[in-house]
Design a protein around this ligand. Structure first.
Ligand code: NAD
Ligand code: NAG
Ligand code: NAG
Length: 436
């Protein structure tokens, strides 16, 4: 940054030359005026150069700063757009709610949006359609929701002007916040995307929610990854969550603390849901059950991790329909936020729940089930679990969600994967969609 160091040479308060009107200083004043003009010119030139060349300036923002990349280019607003927003969010059942679903083109977001719409709630989606994984899958989910009458606004949760506009057009009673940068290992490649979506984006959303009138109740997705290096199983909500094993986990944990703050200061009703490895139709291509299926079909070898001393790596796989029921129950039992005019008026609800399946399955068993369903043998490549974010074991204690949300998962891995594989084969059989 050579240009910046040059700025040090410029008089810091050029304005003071003008105030020096004493006749004594006439002569000096003239030469000062020339100096002033000269330095002003240099100053402006440097500012110009700085703003148009500097990588951190606002003009080429999208090119250099990945965290700003998604804010560009979305167009929203106008009468036709507002009409679509209103119609999508219109409540069609008695005692229904109107819900803003962020991350609606995502795996969980699509299923939750469809389920809400089906029972007559008003639903408006928001998603930035980023390319963390194949955006054509997000577009296919969007088309699915479109047919169900759900409109997904294209935009970023960091765009506060857009969020304010949405709350101006619709008095959302609830927000289902599912937009996030997911994935554990990708954090080493693109850490700022986690800060952008999971921290800055969450704050932006909560800022708008706290000033909305009325304030909505918010349910949002945390993650089982907050249990981090915890070794006590099953994981209960009261267990420690201060040893995250990945940046992803750390941003979700930060989210839980941020939620506490907005509940405490502004009276926002906030419910965090710690999902445990969600899988199912329309799932995420970056998750093992998904790319194992793809690679087994292609005859490619798959990497299966094991811990030290042949220790089992296992996950508490949770079927999407069970997660959706948990999400809806969290929305249905959410109390109203208590603030108004951006000020807290009384204590508000603050909750956190595990949503898991309570039966961890070794990843090698997952592969065996897939082999049976696909009628193909997998080429297994056993590797040591690297220490880059993944934990060895997850197991949810769901008794709290059971008691307070009536949450009761009903799908075992075998039946759930059967539905996933059926969807996968149908979806990717059509050659047009085989881009994953
Ligand atoms: N699927 C799981 O196993 C799992 C487990 C634990 C937690 N979660 C959490 O659940 C939520 C949903 O997960 P998912 O599996 O559906 O992931 P997903 O990636 O399929 O969905 C997230 C969606 O959010 C959108 N998005 C990301 N950043 C955005 C931004 N800044 N502005 C607007 N939209 C943005 C993405 O385009 C994507 O469509 C996430 O918060 C995730 O962290 C998921
Ligand atoms: C932004 O708009 C330009 C011009 O319409 C287009 O070429 C470009 O692909 C868009 N970029 C994104 C990220 O959508
Ligand atoms: C599960 O969590 C509940 C609290 O919600 C606790 O009372 C119970 O002891 C936990 N069970 C186990 C096996 O840890």
């Amino acid at each position: 940054m050579k240009q910046i160091s040059h700025l040090d040479d410029i008089p810091s308060t050029p304005g003071k030359f003008k105030m020096d009107k004493s006749p004594y200083n006439r002569l000096r004043w003239h030469s000062s005026l020339a100096k002033l003009t000269f330095w002003s010119f240099i100053f402006l030139a440097l500012i110009f150069i700085f703003f148009f060349r500097s990588p951190s300036s606002s003009t080429p923002q999208s090119l250099s700063d990945p965290s700003r990349r998604y804010l560009q280019n979305y167009s929203w607003g106008g009468a036709a757009w507002e009409k679509r927003v209103r119609s999508s969010a219109r409540i069609r059942s008695r005692n229904g709610m109107s819900v803003l679903v962020t991350g609606a083109a995502g795996f969980v977001g699509t299923h939750v949006s469809a389920a809400l719409k089906r029972r007559g709630d008003g639903v408006l989606g928001l998603d930035n359609f980023n390319d963390y994984y194949d955006p054509s899958l997000k577009r296919a989910r969007q088309a699915l929701l479109e047919r169900a009458g759900v409109f997904i606004v294209e935009g970023d949760i960091n765009d506060e002007a857009l969020l304010r506009k949405l709350f101006e057009v619709v008095a959302f009673t609830h927000v289902m916040h599912l937009a996030a940068q997911a994935g554990v290992r990708y954090a080493m490649e693109n850490p700022s995307s986690y800060v952008h979506s999971n921290i800055a984006g969450l704050v932006s959303l909560l800022e708008v929610c706290k000033s909305a009138n009325p304030q909505p109740a918010i349910v949002w997705a945390s993650s089982s990854s907050v249990y981090g290096l915890n070794t006590k199983v099953p994981f209960s909500e009261k267990d420690r969550t201060d040893q995250p094993a990945s940046l992803y986990a750390a941003t979700k944990k930060a989210g839980e603390e941020i939620a506490h703050t907005y509940n405490h200061i502004y009276g926002l009703s906030l419910t965090g849901l710690r999902f445990f490895t969600v899988y199912g139709p329309w799932g995420r291509p970056d998750m093992a059950y998904f790319f194992f299926t793809r690679d087994i079909l292609k005859g490619k070898s798959i990497s299966i991790f094991e811990a030290a001393n042949h220790g089992t790596v296992a996950r508490d796989f949770t079927y999407i329909d069970d997660i959706v029921r948990g999400c809806l129950a969290a929305l249905d039992t959410a109390e109203k936020s208590t603030g108004s005019g951006g000020k807290k008026k009384g204590p508000a609800q603050l909750r956190v729940y595990n949503l898991g399946n309570t039966s961890p399955v070794p990843v090698s068993d997952l592969v065996s089930i897939l082999e049976r369903l696909l009628k193909l043998k997998a080429k297994r490549n056993i590797l040591r679990l690297p220490r880059n974010g993944d934990v060895q074991y997850t197991h949810a204690n769901i008794s709290l969600a059971q008691r307070e949300l009536g949450y009761k998962p009903t799908t075992d891995l075998q039946s759930g994967l059967k539905k996933f594989v059926r969807w996968y084969l149908r979806f990717y059989a059509d050659g047009k969609k085989s881009g994953v």
